[in-house]
Design a protein around this ligand. Structure first.
Ligand code: PHE
Length: 336
């Protein structure tokens, strides 16, 4: 009996299965109800009792071998079938495009802005998004009762009862990095500082509780207002083309004196509006004093640009919220 089982095992091992037909023949020969494996089990009755355990084990092994050979061969054939083109496939068709990601419009705008300032001799710096009161307000010459220090306007991480110097805020502008730069590096300083800022604003098409700014700071001896305005005009022309329509207005910031704002015309010549893209001015002497620089020796200018505004103008986007919703239908429009 054992010899018979061994022969059957060899037979199963050496049977070739090359296609659907030989697979089916294999199944009928060995695994079907009248197949060789089943009839082998049918002879169990003839085996003397004391040998049954050994013989039964050998028979089960043969059965498992047949089943696994069948399954392996079937898997191999299926796989091969998947790879073969059917006669109706047009193999000359171009392959489907591979969709890759693309840069966010804000990132693209920021890259362009940085590139322009690289060409004008600026380097890039950054600073923390959580600031203390000193860097965000006090050192920038904000008086203690300035409305920006109100909870209505600013997100506080920590607010002490009396001593505001311990307060922590989500920075409301990138200007605190001016303070950090002036404290860390001796002039000349010529840097741009892009980053996210946060304000407790009602969300509308025009305002959002977070947005992006790019600060600029130039500190040296004999820096003038004329250089500031010339730099900003140069920026506007490089960003929007030499025929860009712009205007510069007087303004006020606690940390610059005098202060200005720049607007760019959005729309056609006859139908459009002025949009503010930046605030700027000459570094206030009080700011120099708060970082330990002598205002008699140094002068400087600073500007803060609204990256979102500039991106919206650049790409004709009319709702700031779309920049933060990550809607793929919106983002796909910038994949070129
Ligand atoms: N920090 C100002 C703002 O957020 C912009 C600004 C920066 C103005 C630098 C002047 C100089 O509105």
């Amino acid at each position: 009996m054992i010899d018979q089982i061994k022969d059957l095992k060899k037979e199963i091992e050496s049977t070739e299965i090359t296609d659907e037909d030989s697979l089916e023949t294999f199944r009928l020969t060995y695994l079907s109800r009248k197949g060789k494996v089943q009839s082998m089990f049918g002879q169990m009755g003839k085996v003397p009792k004391e040998n049954r355990a050994v013989v039964g084990k050998a028979m089960n092994e043969v059965k498992q071998l047949a089943e696994s050979r069948f399954q392996d061969a079937k898997d191999t054939l299926n796989r091969r079938e998947d790879q073969i083109f059917s006669a109706t496939d047009d193999i000359t068709l171009p392959v489907a495009p591979a969709y890759t990601g693309s840069l966010h419009p804000l990132t693209k705008t920021l890259n362009e802005m940085k590139q322009i300032f690289f060409r004008l001799g600026f380097d890039v710096a950054d600073g923390p998004e959580i600031e203390d009161d000193f860097h965000n307000f006090t050192a920038l010459n904000f008086p203690p009762d300035h409305p920006a220090r109100d909870m209505q306007d600013t997100f506080f991480i920590y607010k002490s009862d009396d001593d505001s110097s311990e307060d922590l805020v989500m920075r409301t502008h990138t200007s605190p990095v001016q303070i950090r730069l002036m404290k860390d590096t001796p002039p000349p300083i010529r840097s741009v500082i892009p980053g996210r800022v946060f304000r407790n604003e009602a969300v509308t098409a025009k305002s959002y509780f977070q947005f992006n700014q790019m600060e600029g700071l130039f500190v040296d001896k004999k820096v003038t207002m004329g250089e500031l305005i010339e730099t900003l005009v140069m920026f506007a022309k490089m960003m929007y083309g030499t025929d860009v329509k712009y205007r510069v207005r007087p303004s006020f910031f606690p940390f610059t004196e005098p202060s200005i704002e720049m607007d760019v015309w959005w729309g056609s010549e006859f139908d459009g509006q002025w949009l503010e893209i930046l605030g700027a001015g000459m570094v206030d002497p009080n700011v120099f004093e708060s970082v330990g620089l002598d205002p008699e020796q140094y002068t400087g200018y600073a500007f803060g640009m609204g990256v979102d505004r500039i991106a919206m103008l650049r790409y004709g986007i009319d709702d700031i919220r779309t920049l933060y919703e990550n809607d793929i239908r919106f983002l796909n429009q910038f994949s070129a």
